[in-house]
Ligand binder design. Sequence first.
Ligand SMILES: [Zn+2]
Length: 319
Amino acid sequence: MTLTRILRHSESMLVLFEPSYITRLWTIFEIAGFLKSHGDRAGVSSCLIILSTFLGPTAVAIFLSATVINMSLLLNYGGRMQTILAVTCVVFCVCANGIHWLRGYFRWIDECCSQLKNFSMEKAHSHCCKSNHLNEAGSQIMCDREIITECIRLWFGSEEAFESCVRSEVSSLLIKGLQRQTFTFRWLVAACVPTCWVCGDLLVARLKVGETYFSIVAGVVLLGWWLGLIPVCALACFVLSSKLRRQRPNGCLDHMVTVMAASLVVVLVLSLYLLSIVLVGLVGDDLLGTCLWAPVVSLATVLAWRVWTQLHLRHLQSG
Ligand SMILES: [Zn+2]
């Protein structure tokens, strides 16, 4: 059969994982078929590339959030305290929206893991059966379910063997793929790139007027914000959203959970931001103060990344 040949001769398979993926018989059959046809090949799991379609809108959301936070720093509010208050409000709004969205995503992951572990052919959807085997013009179409069922019997021996393969091998590989490929630090740093534009602009402006000392300070601030402060903010949102993902029965209480989580992120980000001001004030030198702040924010990033990856791993394994 053509599909058998395509799957057998494919070196890798790209899975664009989205909400309906595991509910459709065709898509689950394709993955199970790919694994079956490559079962004797070492490292078959690395040939299965799983990317959640959630990554696209999340990357755009982080990109826009980083832009808004950085732009809010450039506006003139009439004083340092007013600037801190304005930026705090912006960070809070951005985080509250992000956490609300992320909590929904983590609940969906839970649902996917549960559906995969309880997969049955009977519950899986087929478009043809849903549309009573009629196309848009009203003509009769073939039943995909019948063809797939026939293939399953040929490849797996029985429908029960196929269901067992989905509940164990396919479920395990999809979860491992989501765990390994969903969020990477490189992806996060790329999404936070607007920070470079704002801090880079200040750096270039200093260089143009010959202020080498302050341009170095701006360079250290750029790295601290781009690779530290903004990723820490995003990672704190990920961690809290995953921990507090359970939907509360009361809508008000559920929003309160989001507000509480966003407030915690704001406190963390504000503390790290204020630390740079305090350190500069303590040592009385912009460059030395900023250079002392950079390792602290780097350490916070490493810790946040470790907490996030461990938590994400546990979440998917327990799902
Ligand atoms: Zn059908």
